[in-house]
Design a protein around this ligand. Structure first.
Ligand code: SF4
Ligand code: SF4
Length: 321
């Protein structure tokens, strides 16, 4: 078992944590698969990393020493590494959730259940300022506090205020019709508009009230603005799609110039009780993604921000395979 299988095992089945975690290791999340949870730590080894939720169990074990060195073991395979310090939410980035609530209720999403508030622009500037010297990028995501258009407007104000840090900025929000152009005009470097569901039928069933086509349109419009390799879309593995449907979605995204981020289902919110995808299925999907990217000469390693640069929650074709 090498790194790929070990990481797939952790993503699929979880990982126990033993030992004492060093200060600054725990990331508390209001976005992504761990939103509202107890937090997570990041094990890294040789430039690769995996996010491990606090309190998870499974056949893998991470053992941490007081100096932050750690081992990750599963099925007689042990890899040496470290617990990586986090900026905000993840290592090397100031990743901020602007509005910690949502008027929509996508079945797989924990954000509506967070019922959190919207951070003020000043708060966000302060948060980023605290870590700006130790991160490579800023990333913003958000629920939809009032409406898609109102959220876009507010996030644009946040982006304007964050330009002072002179760091690449990645933004992932539900897009309004002019979102790609507006974000690009403000100097945003990368965007991630998430399809999440691999088929339009699953999207309609799981994301009531949201238009799937708006995501495709925004992704299409974003390629000439941000460039190939700087536009991303999360696709969840494990929402009921077949392997063929998943591959077809990946191929369509890649053909557009979009880098798919294959996210294993975290069974929370309306997906509680569903099974996580197996390590085998995750590895197969990642191998298909790698061949699709190679065929299209699309290089995912140029990512500067968000999940494409972090890669903690997914099998990344350029770092993990
Ligand atoms: S639009 Fe859907 S995926 Fe996005 S934050 Fe709201 S509920 Fe979650
Ligand atoms: S891969 Fe994405 S969601 Fe996961 S920790 Fe990194 S930035 Fe957050």
């Amino acid at each position: 078992m090498g790194w790929t299988d070990l990481k797939a095992e952790v993503l699929s089945g979880g990982c126990r944590i033993e030992g004492e975690l060093p200060q600054g290791a725990i990331a508390r999340s209001t976005a992504g698969p761990g939103a509202g949870g107890a937090g997570a730590v990041f094990f890294s080894s040789d430039g690769r990393r995996v996010r491990i939720p606090i309190g998870s169990s499974g056949s893998a074990v991470m053992t941490v020493k007081a100096d932050g060195s750690a081992t990750l073991s599963c099925n007689d395979k042990t890899i040496e590494g470290r617990v990586e310090p986090v900026g905000l939410h993840c290592p090397r980035q100031a990743f901020v959730t602007v509005s910690e609530s949502c008027v929509y209720e996508c079945a797989y999403c924990p954000v509506p259940g967070c019922r959190g508030r919207r951070k003020t622009v000043e708060e966000i500037v302060d948060l980023v300022g605290e870590v700006a010297d130790s991160v490579d990028a800023i990333a913003l995501t958000s629920g939809v506090a009032v409406s898609i258009e109102e959220e876009e407007e507010y996030v644009c104000r946040v982006v304007e205020a964050l330009r002072r840090f002179d760091l690449p900025i990645g933004v992932s929000i539900f897009p309004a019709p002019a979102t790609p152009e507006r974000l690009r005009a403000l100097g945003v470097t990368e965007v991630k508009f998430n399809l999440e569901a691999a088929t339009p039928e699953l999207f309609a069933a799981l994301c009531p009230g949201l238009p799937c086509e708006a995501v495709w349109n925004a992704l299409t419009a974003s390629i000439p603005l941000f460039g190939r390799g700087h536009v991303f879309s999360n696709v969840i593995v494990g929402l009921g799609e077949t392997d063929d449907e998943l591959d077809a979605c990946v191929d369509r995204l890649v053909d557009l110039g979009v880098v798919p981020v294959l996210r294993p289902l975290n069974p929370v919110a309306g997906c509680r009780g569903r099974a996580r995808p197996t390590a085998k299925r995750l590895s197969r999907a990642a191998r298909h993604l790698r061949s699709a990217l190679e065929r299209a000469a699309l290089d995912p390693s140029v990512a500067l921000s968000m999940c494409g640069a972090c890669t903690g929650c997914d099998l990344s074709t350029w770092r993990d395979l």
